[in-house]
Design a protein around this ligand. Structure first.
Ligand code: SF4
Ligand code: SF4
Length: 105
């Protein structure tokens, strides 16, 4: 189990209030607003923490650069992917997208 999987596992046991508090703390560290890809629409809609929440909702479609690799959340949660705002959350990029096109049997 890697760092990200351990972090996800520890969050499963959180109450909604604990989860809200954790999400607030993570969002405060999110460096997306300093990224060239982050745009006015995302700022206006206060979109943040795409690594957890998934793709930008109707704001970001054009990729420029991604500064996720230097964000403190990347090392804290052991993220392996980037461009979460256009490609989906870490969980989606790791697992859900990987399952697309595969068969159960
Ligand atoms: S890794 Fe990227 S999306 Fe996640 S909090 Fe940091 S800057 Fe935001
Ligand atoms: S997820 Fe990456 S590319 Fe998107 S705004 Fe955040 S730092 Fe920039």
């Amino acid at each position: 189990m890697d760092k990200f999987e351990e972090a996800m596992l520890s969050m499963f046991g959180m109450t909604p209030a604990e989860w809200e508090e954790a999400a607030r703390k993570f969002a405060a560290k999110c460096t997306c607003p300093s990224c060239p890809t982050y745009n006015r629409c995302a700022k206006k809609e206060q979109e943040l923490l795409f690594c957890a929440t998934g793709k930008s909702f109707m704001c970001i479609s054009e990729k420029k650069d991604c500064i996720c690799p230097v964000c403190p959340i990347t090392s804290e949660l052991g993220l392996k992917h980037r461009f979460f705002c256009t490609k989906g959350s870490e969980k989606a990029q790791r697992y859900e997208h990987a399952l697309w096109g595969t068969k159960i049997i």
